[in-house]
Design a protein around this ligand. Sequence first.
Ligand code: ZN
Length: 321
Amino acid sequence: MKIAVLLAPREFEVVDIPVPDIEPDEVLVHVAACGVCTSELDIWDGSADVGGFPRYPGHEVSGIVEKAGEEVVGLKEGDPVSVWTTGKGFAEYVAVKAEHCLSAGSVPLDLALGEPLACAVNAVELAGISLGDDVVLIGAGFMGNLVQKLVALRSPRHLIVADTRSDALARAEQLGATRVVNVQSESLSDAVRDLTDGRGADVSFEVTGVQAPLVMLGNVTRMSGKLVIVGYHQGGMREIPLADWNYQAFQIVNAHFREEATIMRGMRIGMRLLTSRRLRLDGLVTHHFPLHEINRAFQTAHEKPKGFVKSTVEINGAGAH
Ligand SMILES: [Zn+2]
């Protein structure tokens, strides 16, 4: 089977290896699509110190069950699934524990993105949004969009979305933001103050992974409100105004998740919402690439051209659409 291996920075190669064998509690999944995750970009361009090459990224897998091990119950050949895996997803097949496969129902497989959904679900759950809350969301990329859609299911009063890109803000507005703020031309804290009678938001999310919006969180949130860090903060040190955050009695929520049980719980909730159409990701995967163009899929995710939300790699055979 074909699999993409990263041999050096920005240098994927598609190679042939044997189809993996499965254990009795595993299934073999014929991969339809594997999303390109922002967390993989620093591995791809060599800026992350991750212990050398070769590497096999790819953890946002969906596909069709090809074969189920003899101990597997509830999954059979032909079932469409969203898969949690820690890598090797840019391949024709993955062998995974059956418990890491969730039904994709009739969701188009390029949109059956259980893994990123799990992160967004867990973040919104941990943030504990209440009915009628005023919510600020900084960052309107793919993960920001997911968080926005999930927060909307909790019926906030104001859902204020901030970013620096006008195309991303136009999309956030389409997705139901009650107010969008381009922080390059407008003060987010002024806008939030106006909308909340000077009080500030109950909960604010940072979904960018960069420094500046972290500081902004504290400027838009009410006393004792929640600051939720969803962005993936790797690389250099980050600074936060802890004296102010401490004085304001903020609840600081680190919405990054590592434990398998937590990830799977978020994924189950996310896929339940997705397969029931309570949540729709239509239009959020904007760029599709075949496996042999995986370098271009990563390059595009890195450059984020106008209108870009997310790229995915589609593997021939299992049919992503
Ligand atoms: Zn991911």
